[in-house]
Write a protein that binds this ligand. Sequence first.
Ligand code: MLT
Length: 206
Amino acid sequence: MTTTADLGFIHTFLPGRDDGSPLLLLHGTGGDENDLIPLAQRIAPDATLLSPRGKVSENGMPRFFRRSAEGAWDLDDFRLRTAELADFLARARTSYRIGKPIALGYSNGANVAWSMLLKQPDAFAGAVLMRAMLPFDPRPLPDLAGLPILLLAGKYDELIPVDRAGLLAALLGEAGADVTYEVLPAGHGLTPEDLKLAAEWLARRR
Ligand code: MLT
């Protein structure tokens, strides 16, 4: 396992034991590069993991882009940080010699993940988006041409109204992605059912 500030982001790289798609782990607000590693090791035990830390600090809590309030995103920063993270991914793929990743994002990390997918669909083999939301219309859309995406929403999510996740599922489908959308009887936090569905989906898609 390597943790370094090279390539523009503090990040951890953990080489895996299989040659399936690596996972790009993107944490939620207040998390860091360590956050999703145990989860990823449970649901895809042999996968190579690349896990950057978001560069924005909200009262000391790392995030991937700025917001002024819950759901009120700074869209200029959102675009800039999306591009910056996509550059990091390209550099990391060259440096670590890894293939196109499946993005595995939670909350704020899932939101920057779908933004990267819309900007650079060719850079990804798919995505697992847990508790993501769509607070604005990002059209025009690229052609996502069958890109597999699993969206896991919580019916009782106290931060993300479930219809905002449904809108994202519809939008990704409209762009041509192969979307699996599941609404679980859960809040914003992840449940064993999230991990089970993600593990099953990854076993088929990696
Ligand atoms: C966001 O700002 O990305 C979403 O509100 C999720 C979160 O609270 O991080």
